[in-house]
Design a protein around this ligand. Structure first.
Ligand code: UD1
Ligand code: CA
Length: 456
């Protein structure tokens, strides 16, 4: 079959984005556009790639890591110039799949079909084309009388008749490598933009008698090239609808898809219900039979089966099975809740482990704490973890009962099944099964109120 490699064009600044960052790193469905393109190529079976970087090269390399080869295009002289520079990196390839880093909606299936069509046709090049509602801005596909692709004309170089062509270049192509390198060496920059156009290779191949094929992608949305923030928003909407459709197909209930946002990378188990206003980001994984939302944002958080999470913001947390969280809860990084934990309204938990069945029902701050199982934390309890210089830990052992409005001043340990009287400020360790009361005694002065008390 011959060896395939992908070339990903990602050196452009993306001037119309008006951004400090390279265009291809702008995210769609939570994933940088160029990463989506790479993933699609990979899934289509083209697993080795050279990425051509230029503007913000360091940033792109930091985002993608060492799974690809990089080629530096220091000056962005055009898509053809970019590919010329990648010749050495692509030397092992018999066939090259070229994709632009700014087409984030391309599906793996489409690339797989394109690769298969190219292999079957035996053409020197196969262009993925489409017919968008509005072809403005794209290169136009000129076909000959026999229906084969003859050349591609960029919008800026097109006369009125050519502009009326509705079939456009998606920027995605397959090439027989030898034919590509032959013709790529011959392209010039005598055009409206003074750039070396990759698209000129098509006309040169045809002129040299090498056949070029065109495969039409029926869904024009899929090949959207993102050049502006407005197009980025269109891509985001399409990616989001696709992700939600995939989740629903897998058995997730989404009460209101219009107000539900789920990143590409997120997994959700069957029979889980996503209520309106749910936002799931990054490496979040939600189990089965959960209810998430309304108005809940989970980022890089795992949730085990059967959890109910209402009006909550959790990031970098692990939430156990059958937990009940919310409303109005903030779970901060490093929070690990075991199974059947209850975290109620207006509670913040940070960098803490909470054991099985423990309850933090109301108005508490629990930070840097190791809490055992079946602990009851009374309303308004605060772990005093910061002395102005360092953060210190609090330990609350299994079955302890902490009365309302207590301050546990770290470092401190509350022993198993110990009791803390309401309103206590605890500054030393409490042994197992002890009662600690750390508050002023109630003073009662009988008859303190006289008739004069209420006189002005
Ligand atoms: C390109 C095609 C056009 C097609 C459209 C599809 C050319 C000449 N035109 O136009 O026919 O309809 O894509 O979206 O190829 N890049 C580099 N180095 C450069 C220039 C660009 O790496 O010197 C990269 C960009 O980062 C981008 C991709 O190539 O990812 C496409 O470049 P862009 O400037 O967006 O090309 P278009 O004008 O959209
Ligand atoms: Ca583009």
């Amino acid at each position: 079959m011959g060896k395939w490699m992908a070339a990903v064009l990602a050196a452009g600044k993306g001037t119309r984005m008006k951004s400090r960052h390279p265009k291809v790193l702008h995210r769609v469905g939570g994933v940088p556009m160029v990463e989506r393109v790479l993933a699609a190529a990979d899934k289509a079976g083209v697993t080795e790639a050279a990425v051509i970087v230029g503007f913000g090269a360091d940033e792109v390399q930091a985002a993608l890591g060492d799974r690809v080869t990089y080629v530096l295009q220091a000056e962005q002289l055009g898509t053809g110039h970019a590919l010329q520079l990648a010749r050495d990196a692509l030397a092992p390839a018999d066939f090259v799949l070229v994709v632009c880093g700014d087409t984030p909606l391309l599906r793996a299936e489409t690339l797989r079909e394109l690769v298969a069509a190219h292999a079957a046709d035996g053409a020197a090049a196969t262009v993925l084309t489409t017919r968008p509602a509005d072809p403005t801005g794209y290169g136009r596909i000129v076909r000959g009388a026999d229906g084969r692709v003859v050349r591609i004309v960029e919008e800026k170089d097109a006369d009125d008749a050519t502009k009326r062509i509705t079939e456009v270049n998606t920027g995605t192509y397959c090439f027989r490598a030898a034919a590509l390198w032959d013709q790529l060496a011959r392209i010039g920059c005598d055009n409206a933009q003074g750039e070396y156009y990759l698209t000129d290779v098509i006309g040169l191949l045809v002129a040299a008698g090498a056949p070029v094929a065109g495969v039409v992608c029926a869904d024009a949305q899929e090949t959207l090239g993102v050049n502006s923030r407005a197009q980025l928003a269109v891509a985001e909407k399409v990616a989001r609808e696709r992700k939600l459709a995939a989740l629903m197909a897998d058995g997730v209930t989404i009460v209101d898809p219009q107000t539900t946002y789920v990143d590409e990378t997120v997994e959700v188990g069957a029979d889980t219900v996503l209520e309106p206003g749910t936002i799931l980001r990054g490496a979040t994984v939600v189990g089965r039979d959960c209810v998430i939302g309304p108005a809940t944002e989970l980022a890089d958080t795992t949730v085990a089966d059967g959890a109910h999470i209402h009006r909550t913001y959790a990031h970098e947390c692990r939430i156990g099975a059958c937990t009940q969280i919310g409303p109005y809860v903030h779970l901060r990084p490093g929070t690990v809740l075991a199974d059947r934990v209850k975290v109620g309204n207006f509670v913040e938990v940070k960098n803490s482990v909470v054991g099985d069945g423990s309850k933090l029902p109301h108005l508490s701050y629990i930070g840097d704490t190791d809490m055992g199982a079946h602990v009851n934390i009374g309303c308004g309890t605060i772990t005093v973890n910061y002395n102005g210089k360092i953060k210190q830990r609090t330990t609350v052992c299994d079955g302890a009962f902490v009365g309302c409005n207590s301050n546990l001043v770290a470092p401190v340990t509350i022993g198993a099944e110990a009791y803390i009287g309401a309103g206590s400020t605890v500054t030393k360790d409490v042994p197992a099964r002890a009662l600690a009361v750390g508050r002023a005694k109630t003073l009662v002065k009988e008859g303190w109120v006289t008739d004069d008390t209420y006189k002005k």
